[in-house]
Design a protein around this ligand. Structure first.
Ligand SMILES: Cc1ncc(C[n+]2csc(CCOP(=O)(O)OP(=O)(O)O)c2C)c(N)n1
Ligand SMILES: [Mg+2]
Length: 422
């Protein structure tokens, strides 16, 4: 009998697969005490010029700056001036108010769809603050904070959400899939993970052209399972592209938890190790840590040190979108149990702790932000809301695709117009 005889496997165990299951389901009491949350200030900060491998211990650590006493501590403290801190806080508060009002607008039937980033506000807002205003972003649908932090008019955002007469994208994109070249905000694509190869390609082009601008690509934890994530990492590593690649790990991808994308086996930041790219794992609810990490990676990219993969560890506090009901797949109070806290409250507490803020100023700022969102909404609604759209200019749906409209589409256009489309 040969030693390759299949009968030798007689006593081998039956092959089995592991199907990851979230720790808690509706009705369970969420308990995150087994999560390893190192104290603020514990992670070392290597020089931005180190070899990628020297950052790899940081892919299992957690860069944190805001301590239990709400003070900034350790080598990652970006030592921001109070005005910058206050601007970040105002932007984060504005994002939250904007999200709440647009969520309500969807429930009132004024638009078909909305997506909030509640609990994740620090990430986009602090990343915007850390990069230069003409650096480019390839965002997903949860980085509205980039636009708000860069001063993009709230009315323009709402016009897009309502697909109204002011929508410069002419209703061709799903609500919230903004695009604005002037604000360095690439058109959002609903196809997950496309942002990574696009960002790497843009960064390579910037280098080929001898530009000094860098860019940042964004994906979620779930999207890292897409092939695009891995091809982008390969190109970024091979060509040492000047790019910052962010994985926002908010623990959920609609109703599937991060384990289904591989979080049980390794951190998302550890994906960097296999590609030989620098990697950082960062407390995404700590605006100062987010700022410091993006600033570090930006400096590295700008000085031709190459790409950095940053995992922002956070929690999606609300539903995936207005089409989702998370009570069907996770405990209702899971967001409250999340041990990294609320990013808005943490930044506010920091400003209070260093004596640069008080409750009255906070209330006045929040009221101002509320008024700004409310007045933008009023302006935008003058230009119409979604259910009213689409009748006045049906012919325009044939525009902007072909330089010369093919005959069959010309026919369809004439037919649509003669049916009273106007
Ligand atoms: C290629 C592709 N597959 C599936 C979807 C459907 N889809 C839209 S969002 C989403 C979840 C993405 O989760 P994650 O990447 O963690 O980002 P998050 O929504 O948590 O910010 C899925 C599966 C899609 N849009 N594109
Ligand atoms: Mg996610």
């Amino acid at each position: 009998m040969s030693d390759k005889d299949p009968s030798l496997r007689r006593n081998a165990p039956k092959l089995a697969l592991h199907v990851p299951e979230p720790h808690f389901r509706p009705g369970d009491t969420p308990d995150f005490s087994s999560l390893d949350i190192p104290p603020a200030g514990a992670a070392p900060r290597p020089d931005t010029s180190v070899a990628a491998a020297e950052t790899h211990p940081l892919t299992t650590a957690l860069v944190r700056v805001l301590g239990e006493d709400h003070r900034a501590v350790g080598p990652w403290d970006p030592k921001l001036d109070p005005d910058t801190l206050r601007k970040m806080l105002r932007d984060m508060v504005t994002v939250r108010i904007f999200d709440d009002r647009m969520y309500r607008a969807q429930r009132q039937g004024k638009t078909s769809f909305y997506m909030k980033c509640t609990g994740e506000e620090a990430i986009a807002v602090a990343a915007a603050a850390a990069l230069l205003s003409d650096d480019m972003h390839f965002p997903t649908y949860r980085q509205q904070g980039l636009l708000i932090a860069r001063g993009y008019p709230l009315t323009e955002m709402m016009n897009q959400i309502y697909s109204n007469r002011g929508d410069k994208l002419k209703g061709r994109q799903l609500p919230i899939m903004y695009s604005d070249k002037a604000h360095g905000f690439f058109s959002i694509s609903g196809n997950l993970a496309t942002q990574f190869p696009q960002a790497v390609g843009w960064a390579m082009a910037a280098a080929i052209k001898g530009d000094s601008r860098i860019c940042m690509g964004w994906v979620g934890d779930g999207a890292t399972a897409e092939g695009d994530f891995h091809s982008a990492m390969t190109f970024a590593a091979v060509y040492n592209a000047p790019v910052v690649l962010a994985v926002v790990n908010n623990q959920w991808a609609i109703s599937s938890f991060a384990g289904i994308a591989g979080a049980e086996r390794a951190t998302f930041a550890q994906r960097a190790v296999g590609y030989g790219v620098a990697g950082l794992r960062v407390d995404g609810n700590d605006a100062l840590a987010v700022y410091a990490a993006v600033q570090w990676a930006a400096e590295r990219a700008r000085s031709n040190g190459g790409p950095t993969l940053i995992e922002f560890f956070t929690y999606r506090s609300e539903g995936h979108s207005t089409s989702d009901d998370p009570s069907g797949y996770r405990p209702a109070n899971e967001a409250k149990a999340w041990p990294l806290g609320d990013p808005v409250e943490r930044l506010k507490a920091h400003l209070l702790a260093i004596g640069e803020w008080d409750d009255e100023r906070h209330a006045a700022m929040a009221a101002e932000a509320e008024a700004a969102v409310r007045s933008a909404q009023k302006e935008s609604e003058k230009l119409g809301i979604l259910p009213e759209q689409g009748k006045d200019d049906i012919g325009s749906m044939f525009d902007d695709v072909y330089a010369e409209l093919p005959w069959h589409l010309r026919e369809q256009r004439e037919e649509a117009l003669s049916e009273g489309g106007g």
